[in-house]
Ligand binder design. Structure first.
Ligand code: ADP
Length: 502
């Protein structure tokens, strides 16, 4: 249990002694059956601070053997343990306790998130960590509100439905909102009485592991939550393929989503997929321009643009195209790019070298295709870390690579449009359908366009609002199934129809 040699340097700037203590206790282990265990192979991998490229901690590299063990434990906990048949009120208590513990450790969790992911502390503190607590609290309320129905059957029969848990749920999450995504997955699953095996992304395993420690402080029975860290091929693919996992919930790239779906056919496990996006953000000349510039900038630059519903295609009506892109570039220029632990920083590094290379590739492709970087277009000037300048590309058309492929970086592609029909046509001309936005003061036009856009979420005169009470998910290749709201209950229950002869 020696300290990682470079920890003091890797985590410099962190103020939370609890976060440092957590990191010092390295290598981190897998959570199986309520205990922390090393990977059976003994292997570990490094998790880095993307702001300085130094090692924060070593983490157990779980693979098929560990997933098999976790599934065995989870199956036993589901079939024989008290959770699936627990009083709903008792489930509520556990979920509320998890929410309270997240709040209690908010500062520490926010620093761990920022260290591991690179997002500004400003965002971890104000979005990720409170959002995770809120999600647990929201689903705590749901445990007592999962109803069946009494059906108008033949008078000689009494027919009703039961909503039962699905069983053992594999949950594979991405690195962009590590703790928040863990909450979106675990909270509704537990509210419905399932047991889970969570696989955090290899780039950002830390807050999920800390959440695992907090969960152990509650009355959740052993074996209800397993956390297996490791890589996609290995830990992730073993979950997707496992014949004794009943459901897999995945958030990540469309490419991997397709692999998960294929792998699920072995035992026809239930699948829900929340995948990529290339969301249109449409600006009409009658919009409040100041608000539209601010909202559109947050919509693409928040979390360094590493957001599946980022407003990456900014459609601007021809007449205001130059004015709007000027203002958005001015806004981008004002963003403080730098050490994400500084309170004043509004943009940190991308999560990894791989992501940095990918985004640099798109910056190059954009220029080669003839787009102009009105602002940005280059990596950050920092000596270390995976920084990219906030970028606004003008002169983009909707067929260019930077308008068609998900960049997952702080890169806005501004595309002109003529009229309402053109905006809707171009907006929908994408293989994705996760989110969209429209900015206009004409309420009739706003609602008409909201209906016409093929996207799971539409924002009007705002961008990026997400709340646990409202569903989130995709049309087209952005996936299927809706998380959040009452809809997540559908993902984590199955319905049984019971007939009784009177
Ligand atoms: P990104 O490309 O943004 O890193 P991915 O879709 O690759 O997103 O990753 C999201 C999650 O899916 C991560 O937890 C990752 O480990 C996991 N993953 C990647 N490849 C696979 C795979 N073949 N099977 C299962 N999970 C995978």
């Amino acid at each position: 249990m020696g300290a990682t040699p470079s920890l003091e340097s890797a985590a410099r700037g962190a103020k939370s002694s609890a976060a440092l203590e957590f990191l010092r206790n390295s290598p981190k282990k897998l959570l199986i059956n309520g205990k922390w265990v090393a990977a059976k192979s003994g292997k570990t991998f490094e998790t880095l601070n993307p702001a300085n490229e130094e090692v924060l901690a070593l983490v157990a590299e779980g693979d098929k053997a560990d997933v098999d063990e976790a599934v065995k434990i989870a199956r036993k906990a589901y079939e024989e343990g008290p959770w699936a048949s627990a009083r709903p009120h008792d489930r509520t208590k556990v979920l509320l306790k998890i929410a309270d513990l997240i709040d209690k450790h908010a500062e520490e969790l926010a620093e761990l998130e920022t260290l591991d992911n690179g997002k500004p502390l400003f965002e971890s503190k104000n979005i990720d960590i409170p959002g995770a607590a809120e999600t647990f609290r929201y689903y705590a309320g749901f445990a007592t509100k999962i109803y069946g129905e009494t059906n108008p059957s033949d008078p000689s029969m009494f027919n009703y439905t039961l909503r039962e848990p699905v069983g053992v749920c594999g949950q594979i999450i991405p690195w962009n909102f590590p703790l928040l995504m863990a909450a979106w997955k675990i909270a509704p699953a537990l509210a419905c009485g399932n047991v889970v095996i969570l696989k955090p992304a290899e780039q950002t395993p830390l807050t999920a592991l800390r959440l695992g420690e907090l969960i152990l402080e509650t009355d959740l029975p052993q074996g209800v939550v397993q956390i297996i860290t490791g890589f996609g091929p290995g830990a992730g693919s073993s979950i997707a393929e496992h014949p004794d996992i009943d459901k897999v919930a995945f958030t990540g790239s469309t490419e991997v989503g397709k692999l998960i779906l294929k792998a699920s056919t072995g035992n026809l496990k239930r699948v829900s997929l929340e995948l990529g996006g290339k969301s249109p953000n449409i600006i009409f000349p009658d919009a409040d321009m100041q608000q539209a510039v601010f909202g559109s900038s947050i919509g693409i630059f928040m979390n360094q643009g590493q957001v599946c519903c980022a407003g990456s295609r900014v459609f601007v009506q021809e007449k205001v195209y130059d004015q709007f892109t000027d203002s958005m570039s001015q806004f981008a220029k004002s963003i403080t790019l730098g050490n994400p632990l500084d309170a004043s920083t509004r943009m940190g590094p991308l999560v990894s070298k791989e992501q940095h290379d990918r985004v640099k590739g798109y910056l190059k492709a954009g220029k080669e295709e003839g787009a102009k970087a009105k602002i940005g277009g280059e990596p950050g000037k920092q000596e270390r870390g995976y920084f990219i300048e906030p970028t606004v590309f003008t002169g983009v058309n909707n067929q260019m690579k930077i308008a068609r492929e998900e960049i997952f970086g702080p890169v806005a592609s501004a595309i002109p449009f003529k009229d309402e029909n053109d905006a809707v046509f171009q907006g929908n001309d994408t293989t994705y359908g996760l989110a969209a936005a429209v900015w206009t003061k004409d309420i009739s036009r706003a609602h008409t366009i909201a209906r016409k856009l093929k996207a799971g979420t539409v924002w009007i005169n705002t961008y990026g609002q997400i709340d646990p009470m409202s569903p989130f998910g995709g049309y087209k290749q952005s996936g299927f199934g809706r998380e959040l709201g009452k809809y997540a209950i559908d993902l984590y229950t199955q319905i049984k129809s019971v007939y009784l002869k009177l």
